[in-house]
Design a binder for this molecule. Structure first.
Ligand SMILES: Cc1cc2nc3c(=O)[nH]c(=O)nc-3n(C[C@H](O)[C@H](O)[C@H](O)COP(=O)(O)OP(=O)(O)OC[C@H]3O[C@@H](n4cnc5c(N)ncnc54)[C@H](O)[C@@H]3O)c2cc1C
Length: 273
């Protein structure tokens, strides 16, 4: 429901005017998004029919601002499909980020885990089917199905809340599986549905940088060649220890380093990551 036109129409109701020329609509949408005027974006809604493995769905369903109806495995037989992992797709636990992964297992080792995954899926489904065959209730028979089992749902959400979902789930910190769904929703669906909004969203959210007071202070010093002052600001904010003490990892400092990288500014202290 709705389009870019519904967003500008809603925003202009406050002074009783409808859609104007395209470039004016574009400017208004960009202004609304930049200044976080959220309610006009709630005039657009989308309903998706999704098929998602249970572990990914568990993250997805945490977004409370959607309306959901999910396939019932109490009422119906569980979907006979599980998400499979190819030999080259087993990701290695990240060392720097406890929640993340980095790189892949060697394909030869991965092949063994893919093979065992196949065995596990077959066994779990076989036991489930046997329970149903024996007359065990669907609500209980399902309890040992793996999290890789697909579920389906209708998922309806307004554009404002969808953009919030996408900001969290397209982000590099989100798990790859949910990120892939979010990327398709964003770049394939929303981009075509509301192109002006998507363009503004790319510019002001996805490809934008949030700068804290500390970031601004440090970047201001570095951009003007005041390295000593920049270091003093970083130390004063507790992101670096006092001079002479061992430098340990610090999440906020690493985030600042990433921002400096994006801006093409050389980090003037030794990195730990
Ligand atoms: C990378 C990542 C890692 C995560 N790790 C964990 C984890 O380890 N453990 C864990 O439990 N969760 C984790 N989460 C889930 C996360 O904490 C949120 O629950 C989830 O992302 C939903 O975000 P949300 O509440 O902003 O979204 P929504 O539920 O869609 O809500 C959108 C916005 O509406 C408002 N809102 C909605 N409901 C309420 C309410 N009842 N009261 C007040 N305001 C409300 C809030 O402003 C909220 O931001 C993780 C999420 C991400 C993206």
């Amino acid at each position: 429901m709705g389009s870019d036109a519904s967003i500008v129409q809603a925003a202009r109701v406050s002074y009783g005017k409808g859609t104007k020329k395209l470039h004016e609509d574009r400017g208004l949408i960009r202004y609304l998004l930049r200044h976080r005027h959220s309610t006009p974006f709630e005039m657009c809604e989308i309903k998706l029919h999704v098929r998602v493995p249970m572990d990914t769905w568990r993250q997805w369903i945490r977004h409370r601002t959607a309306n959901v109806n999910e396939y019932s495995t109490r009422y119906s037989i569980a979907i006979d499909a599980m998400q499979k992992t190819l030999p080259g797709e087993w990701r290695v636990q990240a060392t720097g980020n406890r929640q993340g992964s980095e790189g892949f297992l060697e394909a030869a080792a991965g092949a063994e885990f893919s093979h065992r995954e196949e065995e596990l899926h077959t066994m779990a489904r076989g036991i489930y089917d046997a329970r149903l065959e024996a007359g065990i209730a669907r609500e209980q028979a399902r309890k040992d199905l793996p999290l890789s089992t697909y579920t389906e749902a209708y998922w309806k959400i307004d554009l404002h809340n969808l953009l919030h979902f996408l900001a969290l789930r397209m982000d590099a910190h989100a798990q790859l599986e949910v990120r892939e769904y979010a990327t398709v929703i964003g770049r394939e669906i929303v981009r075509r549905w509301c192109p002006l909004t998507w363009e503004a969203y790319e510019d002001y959210r996805l490809s934008a940088l949030d700068l804290s007071r500390i970031d601004i202070e440090v970047i201001g010093h570095l951009a003007n060649g005041r390295t000593a002052e920049a270091l003093a600001s970083v130390r004063a904010a507790g992101l670096l220890p006092p001079e002479g003490e061992a430098v340990k990892r610090h999440v906020e400092r690493e985030e600042l380093e990433a921002k400096l990288d994006t801006l093409g500014i050389t980090v003037p202290w030794q990195r730990t990551a």
